[in-house]
Design a binder for this molecule. Structure first.
Ligand code: PLP
Length: 459
């Protein structure tokens, strides 16, 4: 297998000369120093690049290609729809067949108290929609001052101005003057990183809840519109919540009349083994943000799913306010919605929730057996088909490698040399796994062997 990096031909030159890539070192890329590759194909859990290298993608691209690569059922559905009607807008009550059918499929899968879906293009824009609707809901209830949004440090909710304000990763704030005023961050629910080693997990949850309540009271619950959270934090390091956390958060939100936005962009459609993270943890959200797994990334599509109680207020208020002044040109795009229908049907037909429930624990156990007792491994954690291994120079004294991500960068590069893609996550030295939900136990074995070999090589 050749791992020479970018190909020195005309296409690679155009890439360097014409494209500004997301989250990429601009100058290094322009100089050709970034080891990105031009990906040309994919099948199942594998992708292939222009050099003919094949990789097992243990992160489903950006935890989104849930049904796996190369599904002709989705491509065919998109092609059929594009030939029939590639686009017409959804403003002023206009509709198209796939958007209406997909809305039905989503509502059939969502918790019973959810009432409508508003389609967008990305997780970021769906989160912005949710914030605007939460504000609108409170304005209609005569509470215009109830506007603040609480998220958490290490959360990822997108890269826009509002969604970036809710994201709790410093790199997304620095130099952009974010977060905007009124966007607050509560503590990260990560037991490993508690600042008092003597705390039990239950006592750690008690502390998180007490701190969150103190924040709500000092800000004034009458000024707080919503709390947004990923049921399992993803980009912040794949963090399943500590014992009892979500039930206690939900109690606080109910007590202080604060809406819950469950950001399901990663957890939605089976990643945890349940249809949604909210159902997995028994939450009752007012908004669910869905994207990624909705189309398995075969086409851009997101949704803001809203509860009956929010919808009732929007409906009553519309006689005073008129039309909802919030619209994206591509909302309910027919080709994306056709991809969504084909994807959700495949999730059912392939039994992917069941596979996440059985192969997920297998992945976690294999990771624990392979590297759990290594002196530099601080934690192996996961739920469903998402897992992470966190490395430290000395887990006993919580001493991190310096600089952060230096070791996870080396480990993921060593895994790549073994033909497996895993993702170094920000905020420490964490290797994340979130493979397509169709991964088999044999493919899991290959992933774990690549990690084991990489750890032996690097540490
Ligand atoms: N919310 C979560 C939990 C995410 O992980 C992401 C992206 O990774 C987003 C929102 C933003 O989605 P997008 O990149 O489609 O805007």
């Amino acid at each position: 297998m050749s791992l020479a990096g970018p190909i020195n031909d005309e296409l690679a030159a155009w890439d360097r000369d014409c494209l500004l890539h997301p989250t990429t070192h601009t100058a290094n890329h322009a100089r050709g120093d970034v080891p990105g590759r031009i990906v040309t194909g994919g099948k199942g859990v594998h992708i292939e690049d222009r050099d003919g290298n094949r990789f097992l993608d243990a992160f489903a691209a950006l935890y989104c290609v849930n049904v796996g690569y190369g599904r002709t059922e989705i491509a065919d559905a998109m092609n059929d729809q594009a030939q029939k009607l590639a686009y017409f807008h959804a403003f002023a009550g206009h509709g198209n067949e796939p958007a209406i059918t997909l809305a039905r499929l989503i509502m059939d899968r969502a918790p019973e108290h959810m009432a409508r879906v508003y389609f967008g293009l990305s997780g970021s824009d769906a989160n912005e929609t949710n914030v605007k609707l939460a504000w609108h809901y409170n304005i209609l209830r005569g509470k215009p001052e109830k506007r603040k949004i609480i998220s958490r440090w290490r959360a990822y909710h997108g890269s826009g101005i509002v969604s970036g304000s809710m994201t709790g990763l410093k790199a997304y704030h620095a130099r952009f003057h974010l977060p905007l005023e009124g966007f607050l961050h509560a503590a990260t629910p990560h037991y490993l990183r508690r600042d008092d080693a003597t705390l039990s997990e239950a006592a750690f949850t008690d502390r998180l809840i007490a701190d969150l309540e103190a924040m709500m009271l000092s800000e004034g619950p009458e000024t707080i519109a919503a709390f947004i959270g990923e049921p399992v934090m993803g980009t912040g390091g794949i963090l399943p919540p500590p014992e009892g956390y979500w039930g206690r958060v939900q109690e606080l939100l109910d007590r202080y009349d604060i809406l819950l936005i469950s950001d399901e962009v990663v957890c939605g459609f089976g990643r945890t083994g349940s249809m949604f993270g909210a159902t997995h943890y028994g939450l009752k959200p007012d908004f669910m943000t869905i994207a990624k797994g909705l189309t398995s990334a075969y086409a851009p599509l997101s949704g803001s799913v809203i509860s009956q109680r929010v919808f009732d207020v929007l409906m009553q208020g519309s006689d005073d306010f008129g039309a909802l002044a919030h619209g994206w040109t591509y909302s309910a795009h027919p080709v994306s919605c056709a991809a969504g229908i084909a994807t959700l049907n495949l999730v059912d037909e392939l039994g992917l929730l069941g596979n996440a429930s059985s192969t997920g624990p297998y992945l976690l156990q294999r990771l624990r057996d392979a590297v759990g007792s290594h002196p530099n491994v601080a934690e192996v954690r996961g739920v469903g088909l998402m897992a992470a291994v966190e490395f430290m120079e000395d887990p006993g004294t919580f001493k991190w490698f310096e600089p952060p991500m230096s070791m996870s960068g080396k480990i993921s590069a060593a895994m790549l040399r073994r033909g497996v893609i895993a993702r170094p996550m920000p905020e420490g030295d964490i290797i994340g796994f979130a493979p397509p939900l169709c991964i088999t136990p044999q493919e899991v074995d290959q992933v774990v062997e690549a990690l084991q070999g990489a750890v032996q090589e690097v540490l």
